[in-house]
Write a protein that binds this ligand. Structure first.
Ligand SMILES: NCc1[nH]cc(CCC(=O)O)c1CC(=O)O
Length: 322
């Protein structure tokens, strides 16, 4: 009789970027997994991504396809890590062969926030003075705010959240636009001066949610990740990502969304704006939440007929010219 040998379950290796926000998000995922599966081992491995290294070039010029995710994806393909935690909005809508979105976690407030210099404490986005300098590195934020507030000035800003806030406080900018979710996760909610209403600025696809990526054939990890999936957030984000995928845009094109889930009814609103703030196409599609991707695809097709494609083509041409 041969003895029954059972090998101990493997340690699950979680990959993360090294930024402060990435680490907060990754340790949260590790903690949740540990809570659900107390007998398993979860360890964190950090990696630098291209997006962490190139800090002096505007994001819109280098493009963002996988800028913050590629090294982690290679780590999974090479079997160095088993899953990777991303801000869902940084995760491209098309994943490399062999990898899948294993879970989408519950979303924080997905809206953008206005953060002001102390001299503007009594102001809101619509009362900032003529020529006030707004820091943002996102074409989406730039295009929508320029459309509504042509009297404001916009200036690129890069660096992690602390660097950006230090530049604001030093007087290089009058105000910044940042994701409310990032500020909240870093315990800096007190810096949120105003949540931008959706009629002024639609947020990025997937903003405020975490996306956990893993190997398609890793049934064990896929099963563990089910415990972290938040279905209402996932339905909203699947509709948003289908919309973006169908328009073939990344995080760095002026495409914004808003989703509302009421019972079974999912309503997706999308916007495509020109960088000069002159043109804007906006529309809404509703349907059953179980058909999230069809809703996203339909909205993209409708908006293309209304001129969204021309706006995007112009932007791609501009980016290629540098
Ligand atoms: N593009 C950078 C990035 N990726 C995720 C967040 C914030 C958190 C989130 O949206 O989930 C941010 C910062 C920002 O846009 O202000």
């Amino acid at each position: 009789m041969s003895p029954i040998v059972s090998s101990p379950p493997r340690t699950i290796r979680i990959g993360s970027r090294k930024s402060q926000l990435a680490l907060v998000q990754t340790y949260w995922v590790q903690e949740q997994l540990q809570k659900h599966f107390p007998d398993r081992q979860f360890e964190v491995q950090t990696m630098s991504t291209q997006g962490d290294k190139i800090l002096d070039v505007a994001l819109s010029k280098i493009g963002d396809k996988g800028l913050f995710t590629k090294e982690l994806e290679l780590g999974m393909i090479n079997n160095d890590i088993d899953l990777a935690v991303h801000s869902l909005k940084d995760l491209p809508t098309r994943l490399p062969e062999g990898l899948v979105l294993g879970a989408v976690t519950e979303r924080e407030n997905p809206a953008d926030a206005l953060v002001v210099h102390s001299k503007h404490q009594d102001k809101q986005i619509d009362t900032l003075p003529e020529g006030a300098v707004i820091g943002t590195s996102s074409l989406r934020r730039l295009a929508q705010l320029r459309y509504h507030f042509p009297h404001l000035a916009f200036k690129d800003i890069r660096g992690n959240l602390n660097t950006r806030l230090a530049k604001l406080d030093a007087g290089e900018y009058d105000a910044l636009i940042l994701a409310a979710a990032g500020l909240k996760r870093l315990d800096m909610s007190d810096r949120i001066h105003q949540i931008l209403p959706s009629d002024l600025s639609l947020h990025a696809v997937g903003q405020g949610a975490l996306g956990i990526e893993c190997r398609e054939d890793d049934a064990e990890v896929l099963e563990l990740l089910k415990a972290l999936e938040h279905i209402p957030t996932a339905q909203r984000c699947y509709a948003e990502r289908a919309f973006l995928r169908e328009l073939e845009g990344g995080c760095q094109v002026p495409i914004g969304v808003n989703t509302i889930l009421e019972g079974e009814q999912l309503t997706l609103t999308g916007i495509v704006a020109s960088v000069d703030g002159q043109k804007l196409v906006k529309d809404t599609v509703s349907g059953n939440a179980t058909e999230a991707e069809q809703i996203g695809n339909e909205l993209a097709q409708r908006m293309r007929q209304q001129g969204a494609q021309e706006i995007l083509q112009e932007i791609f041409a501009q980016i290629q010219r540098g």
